[in-house]
Design a protein around this ligand. Structure first.
Ligand code: NAP
Length: 277
């Protein structure tokens, strides 16, 4: 009799094999800026595969529509829903308006991935104009500040915690030679994340940064298509290749996961070992 009872308790508490390691984002809504392609779409797919709902923001309506088709196919299967909005994160009013629209359409918001970004202008440092410097900062730094600020307001007023992520870069660790404005913006994001993580902890809002390594996307296509550049970066990458954006699915779901209550203020590096080699 005692054995039967113990066996029942054990069976009840034991995880089923297919439950192990799963992240459940059912009922949660995440915004991914720049979610219509590359790393942002990879993370959005991971969230959708974990049952979450998505709102992606980008400037290009056709890229938004194509990405929305892909995400809807996943959310139809896993129970969430997906939406897409045209928004330029270099425009403060557009961010405020799109945030209003998104939360009104989706009903709530549990986190935001400030992933939208652009490359540098390629101008040698001694010729770099203030306008070019500001072009890069407007999207890669001001845009992240503004989207995180608006998301913080929503999460605080909702009062249920949440997750904020800034997509930085390994350029914040190694010298981004010839890409000074980009490297400066990405390094600044890590400072913003650390400051915000401390201030937001009392609201149960976690704030982390993601540092991707070399990944085959539109933004990095110039580097990937250059044999010299690609081979040089692969030589410095212990796993000996560039990443596919789909490899950011798992880390996207992980960073979104409300179960990660003790994980904040951190830089999560996904770079095939580039920064330690
Ligand atoms: N690929 C890499 O090797 C690498 C390495 C380290 C860090 N990162 C970072 O990862 C993030 C994603 O880049 P990715 O490599 O995945 O490149 P990507 O495929 O070109 O994606 C960039 C995304 O940002 C959006 N975007 C660009 N400017 C925007 C603006 N002003 N307003 C709103 N959305 C904007 C783009 O959509 P629209 O064109 O529709 O606006 C696109 O969805 C960036 O922050 C990048 O700096 C990339």
């Amino acid at each position: 009799m005692l054995w039967v009872r113990l066996q029942w308790v054990f069976d009840r508490n034991r995880s089923q094999p297919d439950d192990q390691g799963m992240i459940d984002l059912t009922g949660k809504v995440f915004i991914v800026t720049g979610g219509n392609g590359g790393i942002g779409l990879g993370m959005a797919e991971g969230i959708a595969m974990s049952g979450g709902s998505l709102a992606i923001w980008g400037r290009n309506p056709q890229k938004n529509a194509d990405a929305l088709d892909k995400l809807t196919a996943i959310t139809d299967e896993h129970g969430g829903k997906a939406s897409a909005y045209v928004c330029d994160v270099g425009d403060e009013k557009a961010i405020i308006d799109t945030m209003d629209q998104t939360v009104s359409d989706m009903g709530r918001m549990d986190g935001l991935f400030a992933n939208a970004g652009r490359g540098g202008t390629g101008t040698p440092f001694v010729d770099l104009s203030l306008d070019e410097w500001r072009e890069v900062m407007t999207v890669n730094l001001d845009g992240v500040f503004l989207t995180l600020r608006e998301a913080s307001k929503r999460l605080i007023s909702q009062g249920e915690g949440g997750s904020l992520v800034a997509v930085s870069s390994t350029s914040a660790v190694h010298g981004a030679a010839g890409n000074e404005a980009y490297g400066t913006a990405k390094t600044a994001l890590n400072g913003l994340v650390r400051a915000l993580a401390v201030g937001m902890a009392r609201h149960k809002i976690r704030v982390n940064s993601l540092l991707p390594g070399w990944t085959i996307t539109e933004l990095a296509s110039g580097g990937y298509e250059s044999d010299v550049f690609r081979n040089a970066t692969i030589k410095r990458t212990p796993v000996r290749r560039w990443a596919d954006p789909a490899e950011f699915r798992e880390v996207g779901a992980f960073l979104a996961d409300p179960g990660q209550t003790y994980h904040t203020g951190q830089e999560v590096c996904v770079d095939g070992g580039y920064t330690v080699f």
